[in-house]
Design a protein around this ligand. Structure first.
Ligand SMILES: Cc1cc2nc3c(=O)[nH]c(=O)nc-3n(C[C@H](O)[C@H](O)[C@H](O)COP(=O)(O)OP(=O)(O)OC[C@H]3O[C@@H](n4cnc5c(N)ncnc54)[C@H](O)[C@@H]3O)c2cc1C
Ligand code: SF4
Length: 340
């Protein structure tokens, strides 16, 4: 790990100032915010992230660590722990897909430590990215190439990739937020703003080192999720190589509004399969206004992978992903949902 300067400002305003300090005078100064540290400290130990300044947000976190639901919008403080959100009665009862996506992530110890804001900003688990002895990684070192494209790519993305990077976005919570049209509240040097969660992550394109739409020094303060007729009938299905403490091979967040067997509204987001949290709009369109059964679910699942691009070891992901979509849709349709 490289030496770095550590500070614990007492407020978010001071954290924003601390993060920008010296950056205009010395372009080499790079800052990182610290929340639970379960991504950041890992990557600093591996010398993948080498900030010269670490600004600890925990002293100012209390203000943004609550979870509130007023019947129309769920407000998730960015510094709420994953475990707290996964167990919160309003999340469990009104937004089960969110609770399940968090409960199925990582381990109990990690969920007690890690925050919601940090979770959505976790970095890829691509082994070449996480090991600097591999020189070819466009995400870590722009212009150096991509070792995964001709290498071991079983875990890599089949959707949203480019010829410069095929790394998967591995988070779980992000798929639930994607399906439910969440909004991210931010504060930074230029004040406060909100952006759709769907625009937080950037496709790799030619610039895989640019991962989010956050501006320099911006902090996520809250994640807002609107309630709708589909939020209660929602579910998260995660397929992985072992049943616990493992990232997904494929995951599906589904939210459904049904009238009898007919689909009034459906939201489908995919994880473990794409370079960013991925909304399967083509699959959703196939189901809109139709009867939901195994045949229509299978057609929708095929549509979700119409643009998939496989590499040497990951072609199986399309089949696994399609099966996961069918399972998630049918299981969600079969849920008993209380109104009110
Ligand atoms: C062994 C292991 C297994 C895991 N398994 C899973 C899994 O199955 N599913 C899953 O979804 N995740 C998994 N994770 C990832 C884990 O969930 C994330 O590491 C965690 O959620 C990150 O949150 P944190 O608070 O620790 O973030 P930190 O490590 O503190 O920060 C992560 C990044 O976000 C930035 N940041 C943090 N908070 C903010 C904020 N509020 N505003 C702006 N920037 C911020 C930091 O600067 C840093 O770049 C796993 C991690 C490990 C180590
Ligand atoms: S897939 Fe992306 S992160 Fe992995 S080696 Fe290639 S460029 Fe780097």
């Amino acid at each position: 790990m490289q030496p770095f300067h550590y500070s614990r400002p007492p407020s978010l305003a001071e954290a924003i100032v601390a993060s920008a300090r010296d950056q205009n005078r010395t372009p080499d100064v790079t800052s990182a915010f610290l929340a639970g540290g379960t991504t950041l400290v890992d990557l600093m130990k591996l010398n993948v992230m080498q900030p010269s300044r670490v600004v600890d947000l925990n002293p100012s976190a209390r203000e943004f660590s609550s979870i509130r639901f007023d019947g129309s919008v769920l407000r998730l403080g960015a510094f709420a722990k994953m475990a707290t959100a996964a167990d919160h009665p309003d999340v469990v009862n009104h937004f089960p897909v969110i609770a399940q996506s968090l409960a199925l992530a990582a381990s109990a110890q990690l969920r007690n430590m890690a925050t919601l804001g940090g979770n959505v900003l976790q970095r890829t688990r691509c082994a070449y990215f996480r090991d600097p002895s591999w020189t070819a990684c466009n995400k870590r070192s722009p212009g150096s190439g991509c070792a995964a494209i001709g290498g071991a790519n079983r875990q890599h993305a089949v959707l949203g990739s480019s010829e410069h990077c095929i790394a998967t976005y591995h988070g779980d919570f992000g798929q639930a937020l994607m399906a439910l049209d969440a909004v991210v509240a931010l504060v930074g040097p230029d004040g406060a703003r909100s952006i759709p969660f769907a625009s937080l992550h950037l496709l790799p394109g030619r610039t895989p080192h640019l991962e989010t739409n956050l501006r320099k020094g911006e902090i996520i303060t809250e994640i807002l999720v609107p309630a709708g007729p589909w939020t209660r009938r929602s579910r998260y299905v995660k397929v992985r190589d072992r049943q616990s403490y493992e990232f997904s091979v494929a995951s599906v967040a589904v939210a459904l509004d049904l009238e009898g067997d007919i689909v009034n509204d459906v939201r489908i987001a995919l994880g473990g399969l794409a370079t960013v949290p991925w909304r399967a709009f083509d699959a959703e369109q196939r189901l809109q206004g139709k009867e939901l059964n195994e045949t229509s679910a299978t057609e929708a699942a095929r549509a979700a992978f119409a643009g998939a691009v496989a590499h040497s070891h990951n072609a199986f992901k399309t089949k696994v992903g399609q099966a996961a979509i069918v399972r998630a849709l049918l299981e969600t349709a079969a849920l008993e949902v209380r109104r009110g």
